[in-house]
Design a protein around this ligand. Structure first.
Ligand code: FRU
Length: 494
């Protein structure tokens, strides 16, 4: 039965979406139907379509009481909105339906698992958000909350686990047919930990173990965990709050963390071997993955940073979009990301230049655009002398530009959107250490109206950033201090 709250949201979004012109939105990244969007939720394949839900407040372009927005797609690039899937309409989730995930039950229904939030008065008289894990089942359009909600409460927490920081269940089915979910939690002193729960049927849950502990290494609370095996390794993705930078890692305050290690499925034991950021740009958080029917592990993230997400203009009718879906792999103990291969079907108007010498500033005929897929290979020009700097500037005219610049001596790649049209003194640049011994670097740059995603060295690292420039500003130029030899291939994405 659809509640009044959900009916209102569904009615509202249908009208409000009409106020947003198609040209105001990205073309192949999912943006919010209307109002506010944060984390991707319930990323799944169900009933012959990809489903993506999201943290959603339809009525305003700022975060507020969380609903679940819903969209479906055949290729993960072109999305169709469906009516909002859930609203905060029960006692246990009246202050928000927070992040969660989805899977298909043996009986054909889709199961959603999410965090129900309810404000309660604590012993000290302060209001705090009590967080429990809840379920809903549905047919890909309409969902019914489970009568026995919540299914995981403070009673299921290990000793010292906080009932106020207990959220974002990511569910999966093991090979033996039983179910698992990971959820973020804080131990008594505010330190993050990832809890693992088990269930025979997806409905009856119990605590199994603490899968990973922060130990105050990477920020504090760990949000939005995801755990899976890939290329023979266990991979834990999470978004820690309040991180300290460490060298060139973890510069985003509320950032991202990928832990790679060994995993023993018999005992569900994860042993860490390596840590890194998931994304090295400015705007990426709360990633979630799914397995495609052909077995690819695909990740999507919220293309935002919490510290700046509320800095947009008060007039804007929508705020929030997702990143490009990315195919993951583990190589040499690191996480690799590649743009979803379906993107290649959108490539048109190939323009290619080989062995171009870049000295000072150059522009190339046919190389421009704001919905493009562009591959660059750079190396020192003949003679082999190391250049001092290379830059590619895009979304450029006399007033505006956003750039990726590379300093080979330090092997530092920088994204800079200072001149992209933002009127706010927020962070506009991010530096990242990339792998390049001899001034060689590969970049694949995807632009879609208001964003850049730069994949470095075939996906070894990714830098993601929003830009604010009017999409009509579509110039591209190349710059070198010293002499660079460059190959470039560019496609429009249509
Ligand atoms: C992460 C997060 C989640 C929570 C949701 C609320 O961005 O804080 O932990 O479930 O957003 O909207």
């Amino acid at each position: 039965m659809t509640s009044q709250t959900l009916r209102e949201a569904r009615k509202y979004e249908e009208t409000a979406e009409k106020r947003i012109g198609k040209e105001e939105r990205p073309r192949f990244h999912l943006s919010v139907r209307t109002g506010w969007m944060n984390d991707p939720n319930g990323f799944s394949y169900y009933g012959g379509k990809y489903h993506l839900f999201y943290q959603y407040y339809p009525y305003d372009s700022h975060w507020n009481s969380m609903h679940w927005g819903h969209a479906v797609s055949d290729d993960l690039l072109h999305w169709e909105y469906l009516p909002a899937a859930m609203a905060p309409d029960e006692v246990y989730d009246g202050d928000g339906c927070f992040s969660g995930s989805a899977l298909t039950l043996p009986d054909g229904r889709q199961l959603l698992m999410y965090t129900g939030v309810r404000k309660v008065m604590d012993e000290d008289g302060m209001y705090r958000e009590l967080q429990t894990q809840c379920l809903a089942t549905g047919d890909g359009m309409d969902y019914e909350k489970y009568a026995q909600n919540p299914v995981l409460t403070q009673a299921d927490l290990p000793e010292g686990g906080s009932r106020y920081d207990f959220r974002d269940p990511k569910i999966w089915q093991k090979e033996d047919g039983t179910y698992r979910c990971v959820a973020g939690n804080c131990s008594g002193d505010g330190d993050g930990q990832i809890l693992l729960f088990e269930s025979p049927d997806g409905f009856h849950w119990s605590f199994e173990k603490i899968l990973a502990k922060n130990g105050n290494r990477f920020g504090r609370m760990w949000e939005c965990p995801d755990f899976f095996t890939l290329d023979g390794k266990g991979v834990l993705l999470t978004s820690p709050q309040d991180m300290f930078p460490q060298g060139y890692e973890y510069h985003n305050g509320n950032g991202t963390l990928c832990l790679i290690g060994s995993y023993d499925p018999e005992t569900d034991t994860f042993t860490e071997e390596h840590d890194q950021s998931i994304d090295y740009g400015i705007d990426f958080y709360a990633s979630q993955t799914m397995l495609t029917p052909d077995g690819r592990r695909v990740m999507i993230g919220w293309m935002q940073n919490w510290d700046t997400s509320n800095q947009h203009h008060p007039d804007s009718t929508w705020q929030g979009q997702m990143t490009l879906p990315r195919e993951l792999s583990v190589r040499n103990g690191r996480l690799y990301q590649k743009p979803l291969r379906e993107l290649e079907a959108m490539r048109r108007n190939r323009v290619e230049y080989r062995d171009v010498t870049v000295e000072d500033v150059i522009r190339l005929d046919g190389i421009r655009g704001r919905e493009i897929d562009m591959e660059l290979e750079i190396a020192p020009a003949e003679g082999g002398e190391l250049y001092r700097k290379f830059a590619v500037r895009f979304a450029q005219n006399e007033t505006y530009r956003t750039s990726l610049s590379f300093h080979p001596a330090e092997s530092i790649l920088k994204v800079d959107r200072k001149y992209s049209g933002s009127r706010r003194a927020i962070i506009h640049q991010r530096r990242s250490q990339v792998r390049s011994g001899d001034g060689r670097l590969k970049l694949r740059i995807i632009l879609d109206q208001y964003s850049v995603e730069a994949f470095v060295n075939d996906g070894e690292q990714v830098l993601t950033a929003l830009l604010y420039t009017d999409p009509a500003v579509d110039g591209i130029s190349f710059f070198a201090d010293g002499k660079v030899k460059m190959n470039v291939v560019k496609y429009d994405l249509i």
